[in-house]
Design a protein around this ligand. Structure first.
Ligand code: PMP
Length: 450
């Protein structure tokens, strides 16, 4: 490996980083990670830290999951690539589709359409939703509804249903026909409502109002994350997603669950939709499906939606969509090994227990540090702290102060993620009680530096 100074200099001159200002990586050089072991990473200067980000919410099994590495190596030797476009298939994709069918059976999802990642999964679901209505003879159903603060990747469709201005404004005009409704975010909302259940009802009323305003017969689908991730870990009240399902049913609108973060155990349940007792019409997955070791995703499709396509006699259901890497054999092999490990280790159980420990610890930190305005999470290993410069006015904290928290936490031994005014915590689902205690104590050291 080149030496540390070479890497820092050449990163600054040649690499453009996603989700960063190109000039920023010169002013604030990134941490260059050289290796990973268990739940820990080591940077090129030899500093070790617990990765409380879990890669990017995806390394659920940690960095040393040998069965997944072995499955990848074996598949590379057997068949490193073949497509599953019309006319060909391969054993790894078939076996994975069968495993996913079992895994998602309680969610009513029985068919898999493979993709290369989360944004691709969202794009696939949006496109299939429009096609579903065309096949069914309702071609006017083309619009999409979603939540403000929702994150659905960065393709044009996904960015259009995205509910965060930062991901939208510089790329407009986006896709027409995408409309957003208020999100059940108790800390800040236009209704000034702090009661989670009442807020959920108000947001559902706003959804009903938007459906009536647009005209149900113009709407293809509603897309939401069962627990919002990148928008700052927003856990809706238990009545919210079932309420959305009921409104979608009443109005002939498909419900797409964006489970890119929440599937495979992160919320403490096997899927986010299952946690809320909801069966979506499609579910987008990616990230932990391969533990981050290979870019891969799948859209899972409900039986009722699948039947409309499969019984079509008009030819409209021919799928004019797919990726070179849809069903990539190496990704499929990795996913099979990940599913087996996730089940063997019963990861949702650990995510629930360690998530509860994390949430209690974060609430205790709020008593110690005025800079914490809001603590969110409590649903598995997805948590966030929203930092403020003044609790009374809820004025967001300065970028430099939250940067200081991140740096001091990292120096203490824990990597955290900063997203706007939020600190996001989404460690691997294999973390132990000691790991969570360490994350909390490093975070306390970091918060003292704000
Ligand atoms: N949907 C959700 C809910 C996500 O969190 C993400 C990624 N953070 C995406 C879609 C996009 O996934 P990818 O970055 O793999 O394209």
């Amino acid at each position: 490996m080149k030496d540390s100074n070479y890497l820092k200099e050449h990163n600054a001159r040649s690499v453009w980083h996603p989700m960063a200002h190109p000039a920023d990586s010169q002013a604030n050089p990134p941490t260059i990670v050289a290796s990973g072991d268990g739940v820990r990473i080591t940077d090129i200067d030899g500093h070790q830290a617990i990765d409380a980000v879990g890669g990017l919410w995806n390394v659920n099994l940690g960095f040393s999951c040998q069965p997944v590495k072995d499955a990848i190596a074996a598949q590379l030797n057997e068949l490193p690539y073949y497509s599953i476009f019309r006319g060909t298939s391969h054993p790894a994709a078939i076996q994975l589709a069968e495993e996913l069918r079992d895994f998602f059976a309680p969610d009513g999802l029985t068919r898999a359409f493979f993709t290369s990642g989360g944004s691709d999964s969202v794009e696939t679901a949006l496109r299939l939703a429009r096609q579903y209505h065309k096949v069914k003879g309702a071609p006017s159903r083309t619009k999409f509804l979603s939540l403000k603060k929702g994150y659905h990747g960065t393709h044009f469709g996904g960015a259009s249903v995205n509910g965060n201005a930062n991901f939208r404004t510089q790329y407009e005009p986006l896709m027409p026909g995408c409309h957003h409704i208020p999100v059940p975010y108790t800390y800040r909302n236009p209704f000034d409502e702090t009661d989670p259940e009442k807020l959920a009802q108000k947001c559902l009323a706003a959804l009903a109002d938007e459906i009536a305003f647009q005209g149900a017969e113009t709407i293809a689908a509603f897309i939401m994350e069962p627990v919002l991730g990148a928008g700052g870990v927003i856990v809706p009240h238990a009545s919210f997603m079932p309420g959305v399902r009921a409104l979608c049913d009443k109005n002939g609108i498909l419900l797409i669950a964006d489970e890119v973060i929440t599937a495979f155990g992160r919320t403490g349940s096997w899927t986010g939709s299952r946690h809320w007792g909801v069966q979506p019409d499609m579910a987008c997955t990616a990230k932990a499906i391969t533990n981050g070791y290979f870019p891969f995703g799948a859209v899972m499709i409900a039986e009722g939606v699948a039947e409309v396509f499969e019984q079509d006699k008009t030819g409209k259901a021919a799928i004019g969509h797919g990726y070179t890497y849809s069903g990539h054999p190496v990704g499929a092999a990795a996913a099979l090994a990940c599913l087996a490990e996730t089940k063997r280790l019963n990861l949702p159980e650990n995510a629930a227990a360690r998530g509860a420990q994390m949430y209690q610890g974060l609430l205790a930190l709020k008593d110690r540090f005025d800079v914490i305005g809001d603590v969110r999470g409590g649903q598995g290993l997805m948590s966030a702290l929203e930092l403020v410069s003044d609790r009374a006015t809820k004025a967001p904290i300065d970028k430099s102060r939250i940067g200081a928290v991140q740096e001091a936490t990292y120096r203490s031994g824990t990597m955290i993620r900063v997203s706007g005014p939020n600190i996001i915590l989404s460690p691997p689902l294999i973390v132990t009680e000691d790991d969570v205690s360490r994350i909390l104590s490093d975070l306390a050291t970091g918060l003292a530096a704000a």
